[in-house]
Design a protein around this ligand. Sequence first.
Ligand SMILES: [Zn+2]
Length: 237
Amino acid sequence: MKHLDKLKQEVFRANIALHRSGLVFQTFGNVSGVDREAGVMAIKPSGVDYAHLRASHMVLVDLATGKTMASKLRPSSDTPSHLEIYRAFPCGGIVHTHSRHATALAQCRLAIRCTGTTQADYFHGDVPVTRPLTRREVVRNYEKNTGLLIVETFRRLDPASIPAALVANHGPFCWGKDPLEAVRHAKVLEFVAEMEIVARLLGGSKGKPAQYLISKHFLRKHGKGAYYGQAAEKPQA
Ligand SMILES: [Zn+2]
């Protein structure tokens, strides 16, 4: 169980980092992490105030069955959404927030367009917005269907190079190789969401940047040939 204690610690620290980031209003927001070898996800408990949150409160959930493992606390109500994303995408951490600007765009069903190098440093293309859920998808298995909707939106997109989605009329989900990276992506997403709104207020971009400029910025930070930052460091938000 030692590696699962480590997972709980990691997820706890990422939840605190998310809280400190200012992206969370009241208890809207959660971070999870996964141990692929053990087939276990750890996630914030439902509705617990951040001030009282402890690493031991993180709830373990079986990745295959979705069942809670030995916990008195209920996992976040968004747990089924996280599970579907882990089952489809090769990520190690997921963040869901209702951060102001990203949520405003999700409510207007507007994608975050990759109109410059700031976006391209983290997102190798537009951050997509999903279609709205149908009545049937909301009435039964709402949270599970929200996760499946994100997966559907990425049918022709690479979740490793665009680590975020806006769920229509709801808000953003971000992911990363571990929970802290997912939190960094949530912070960057909120920053570029605000830029998208400002750009729209200014009348919108006068032209999409060339694909070679977008690729240059993304690939110098990510992937095999990355050369941004110091050799031993990972790119930071
Ligand atoms: Zn939500």
